[in-house]
Design a protein. Structure first.
Length: 144
């Protein structure tokens, strides 16, 4: 079981090395006090979400919510707040995956039935949506 726990943590570290969404959200607003306040509230809400993540299906739900937010912005001319919405959804996914890694051994939660193939599938989907998000952000940057 610790093998799977370590595997999830390793995959999370690998993703965070590529794109540290919390750092981006913490530092991207410069002097915009309203957005900093909004991020502080949203960060607290994500922290409270922790108690609602109790199974692999909950983690999948957060990944699919993230996918739906990215998909919503794929076909519209965006504004800079679109990036915030997508990053916040990604931060929720990362938080859910962190809980999965931390609480994998607890029998009361539904994480311990997950094997490496399922974890790989979760991260494959995450990377697929993340690449779509990067495409949206590049397209939006070119429109500006």
């Amino acid at each position: 079981m610790n093998d799977i726990k370590s595997y999830i943590k390793e995959k999370l570290t690998e993703f965070n090395d590529k794109y540290n969404v919390k750092h981006k959200l913490d530092s991207c607003w410069g002097n915009d006090k309203d957005m900093k306040r909004q991020w502080k509230r949203d960060c607290e809400n994500v922290r409270l979400q922790w108690q609602d993540v109790n199974s692999v299906s909950d983690v999948k739900m957060y990944i699919e919510r993230y996918a739906s937010i990215v998909e919503r912005y794929q076909n519209i001319r965006g504004v800079y707040l679109d990036s915030y919405d997508m990053d916040l959804a990604l931060y929720r996914v990362i938080s859910a995956l962190q809980k999965m890694a931390q609480c994998y051994d607890y029998e009361a939660l539904g994480f311990n039935g997950c094997n490496k193939e399922e974890i790989d599938a979760l991260f494959d989907r995450l990377y697929q949506v993340f690449n779509d998000m990067e495409d949206v952000n590049i397209r939006r940057a070119m429109q500006d």
